[in-house]
Design a protein around this ligand. Sequence first.
Ligand code: PFF
Length: 462
Amino acid sequence: MSTSREHFSSKIGFILAAAGSAVGIGNLVGFPVAATKNGGGAFLIIYALFVAFICLPVMLAEMGLGRRSQHSPYKAYAELGMQTKRWRFAGWLATLTPFMIAVFYMVITVWIFGYLFQTLAGNLDQISQPDYFGKFVNDYSFIGYLVAVTLIINFILVGGVRKGIERASKILMPTLFLMLLLLVGFVLTLDNAMEGVKFYLIPDFSQIDGSVINGALAQAFFSLSLGMGILITYGSYFRRSDDIVTSGKLVALTDTSVAFVAGLMTLPAIFAIYPDTNPESLNDSSVSMIFSFFPQIFMQLSEIIGYGFASVAAAVFFLLAFVAAITSLVSIIEVPTSSLMERRNISRSKALLVMGIAITLLTLLAATSFGLLPFVSNFISYAGVDKSLFDVIVDVFYDTILPLNGLLICLFVRFRWKRENLTAELSEGNENYQTSFLHKYVNFAIGTFIPVILAVVFVNTV
Ligand code: PFF
């Protein structure tokens, strides 16, 4: 077992880094809209139950596996799986998944950066034009924004675990909380904002059906950054004396609270500007919400508070989304980077160079598959797929492979690593774990119904 591995220097450092990974675009936009469309408070209750009873055990298993092995996913599965080929496959999948998800997330982050840039340049009136986004995605300025975002991520990651990830999280996460609270406070002062709060919170159980339940679980899983190898890798940066259980609970709580509070920003803003909004008609794609709907909302707002203030509010919003996305991207790119460092025994900067180039090139391909480079879109249609590369990645990895990775870790704990070993690992740093109800629950649930539920979700999406 490697002894030279770097570790987080403090519990708060780890919690903020893991919360940084979890809090992302999914929290700020995806969650509030999904909640409003699918029964408001009723969705919130189901979501919270999923977080506590399904996601938290999986999260603890990932972190425990990481700390026990002191490796990133590939080697973690290989070593604790006693070198069985079958489990190497799980490790390989948990390394490939973050790589591919990083690509689609990077495309969105680069767009957010572009919109932030345009807002700061005083162009809110332009980005709020209905046809702007269509032109923007096919503009060569994408390449410049992509280079800038890649440099920012590399600048953080090259510092390593303590001086890079931990330090950046300690600065960026409090900034994010502050910006979010600022925007919520501001939005709630607008006329008609309370209509939005009502639509968001009043439970309507008649909306709940199988697909809503499936969607709530997928959203919770994604939001907590599960199935992406991230928490295995971050777990491997935990010290032996650190309390994984309490940290895991706090990360889940922080992520869910941010998603909840984001709803208090998004819905009141929509209802303040469009009092006759019908929640059914809200577009549930985070992409169109961020890049079409929100700029229009800020532009409308300029009639109430003036163009200058509306531009400042828009800039804070895009900066908030950008910070949330960057801390998530850092965590996800760390997975293949640290795997490469381990597998090839190379330095962090070399691994980052390789990963940086690979992810940048694939991001460029994914972004250009909308039409910027005709040969990419043509190639995809020749291959018989009537979708952009971006959509293919989302369909395959986000919808399907994430629950599969969750299923694999449950089976791994149950049949290979064994639940007693997970218990022993989680008890280090938390003496009370072994006698707690949570311990009994985690061992029971991971060995029985959680894998069944994840298998059902996986089969459904396939
Ligand atoms: N928890 C993140 C979110 O809700 O946006 C999920 C995530 C996606 C993490 C992509 C990291 C990442 F690169």
